[in-house]
Design a protein around this ligand. Structure first.
Ligand SMILES: [Fe+2]
Length: 202
């Protein structure tokens, strides 16, 4: 099964800056995504993206929402349409005239899978948070204390254990951190306290 998108231009430049409202994005999220674990993952990545946009990029509310929205919807089609993962959500956002910046970030969140290179800082951070966020969460689930007291070195240890959360691609994690120009340690240290605040919906 190939998920290659075979294209490199996303959205319409005339729609630059367009976003869905939070309500519209959440409606799409809830109508497309059924799996509770996947929903939590997407909300975790959305929050990390928003925090990074605010804290590291100094973006205003509109900018923070663009980053958050990319995170919130990046896997929206994975649950019900895995064979057209990424293509389907991209087409939906294009149909809704969302700005190219957001669509491109979603299209490049797995270059090995979709064949699209992350270019902007937003692209790179979505790619960098995606798999590593999943590994940190898997680690929280095996700790009786959850996120409390979690340390970077504990996450690093799990990262080296190939059998732990074996579906999390170590290759993607290393590649993404290198492309973002941020150490894995710094990424993990950013993720832990922020992701700890994202609670399951039910
Ligand atoms: Fe993801």
């Amino acid at each position: 099964m190939s998920l290659l998108l075979n294209r490199n231009v996303f959205g319409n430049p005339a729609h630059a800056g367009n976003v869905l409202s939070r309500r519209e994005a959440e409606d799409l999220f809830h109508s497309w995504v059924i799996n509770a674990r996947l929903k939590l993952h997407m909300r975790q990545v959305a929050w990390l993206m928003r925090c990074w946009a605010a804290e590291k990029e100094g973006l205003d509310e509109a900018g923070q929402w663009r980053w958050e929205m990319a995170g919130l919807l990046h896997d929206a089609d994975w649950d019900q349409w895995p064979e057209t993962h990424c293509a389907k959500i991209i087409e939906e956002l294009e149909r809704r005239e969302v700005g190219p910046e957001i669509i491109r970030a979603i299209a490049s969140h797995g270059p090995a899978h979709f064949g699209v290179e992350p270019e902007t800082v937003m692209d790179k951070m979505l790619y960098a948070f995606d798999e590593l966020s999943g590994l940190v969460h898997a680690y929280s689930l095996m700790r009786p204390e959850g996120y409390a007291g979690m340390e970077v070195k504990g996450v690093k240890k799990r990262l080296k254990e190939k059998s732990f959360a074996a579906n999390v691609s170590r290759e993607d994690i290393n590649d993404a951190a290198a492309r973002a120009g941020i150490s894995i340690d710094d990424l993990i240290a950013f993720i832990i306290p922020r992701q700890a605040t994202v609670l399951p919906e039910d």
